[in-house]
Design a binder for this molecule. Structure first.
Ligand code: PGA
Length: 254
């Protein structure tokens, strides 16, 4: 019997929850997901990482950050380094989220340096890619995604990034309640997987993100090229997030 790979379900809290609220959330979430057939990740604000990591000790939760700088340390007021995140209890980091690209001017080149730094500091990167509505309507989706992948993954190999995660998050689907149809997401994921294998010899897991909720989680997870979900708004309530997590099919497939 071939064991099915567990889906990875990531909650991205964005700029929500104080450390105390974050710990209360974890205490509420844990009993709701104790028999989940998924790997559960929480990307929390920097200030909550250590307290949440402590609260989640010994559980099936991985704690991570939503951003970092690519330098080891230095005069970068307001920034945070990979080593600081690791020491605080983070095991992964979300990089290149479309809000970082759009609101804070992050470029593929800068994101690439962050990806390489995260890998060298043993933080698992979750690289976010996605096209805007305008790009989609202009028929440029594949070109945009390939360019993001190529530039953000320069210097990344199967050897230095065995646990690389990608999140495909169409910008038009984030926070809009307009998730991509599962079939469309499947098609784009498969196309990216094929491209990554052929062009970069990489076989990462690709998560889908953008308006995931308890009603569409399962049909997205059923798509063979969708290895998990990145959930924003719907991860803020432990009940709603646990409903999404518990839609992951229970039985290992033959
Ligand atoms: P959403 O956000 O689930 O609220 O659409 C997803 C994300 O930005 O990661």
């Amino acid at each position: 019997m071939v064991e099915r790979r567990l889906p990875i379900i990531v909650g991205n809290w964005k700029m929500y929850k104080s450390p105390a609220e974050a710990v209360a959330y974890v205490h509420e979430l844990l009993p709701l997901v104790k028999s989940a057939s998924a790997k559960i990740y929480l990307a929390v604000p920097f200030t909550a990482i250590s307290s949440v990591a402590e609260a989640a000790k010994g559980s099936n939760l991985q704690i991570g950050a939503q951003n970092m700088h690519d330098a080891s340390e230095g005069a970068f007021t307001g920034e945070i380094a990979a080593r600081m995140l690791g020491e605080a209890g983070a095991s992964f980091v979300v990089l290149g989220h479309s809000e970082r690209r759009r609101l804070f001017g992050e470029t593929n080149d800068f994101i690439n340096r962050k990806v390489l730094k995260a890998l060298s500091e043993h933080l698992q990167p979750i690289l976010c890619i996605g096209e805007t509505l305008e790009e989609r309507e202009a028929g440029r989706t594949a070109d945009i995604l390939h360019q993001q992948l190529k530039e953000c993954l320069a210097g990344v190999s199967a050897e230095n990034a065995p646990n690389l995660l990608i999140a495909y998050e169409p910008v038009w689907a984030i926070g809009t309640e307009k998730a991509a149809m599962p079939e469309l997401a499947q098609q784009i994921h498969q196309e990216c997987l094929d491209w990554l294998k052929e062009q970069l010899q990489l076989e990462p897991i690709i998560l889908y993100g953008g308006s995931v909720n308890p009603a569409n989680g399962r049909s997205l997870l059923e798509q063979p090229a969708i290895g998990g979900l990145l959930v924003g708004g719907a991860s803020l309530s432990p009940t709603t997030f646990s409903e999404i997590i518990n839609t992951a099919p229970n039985e290992p497939e033959e």
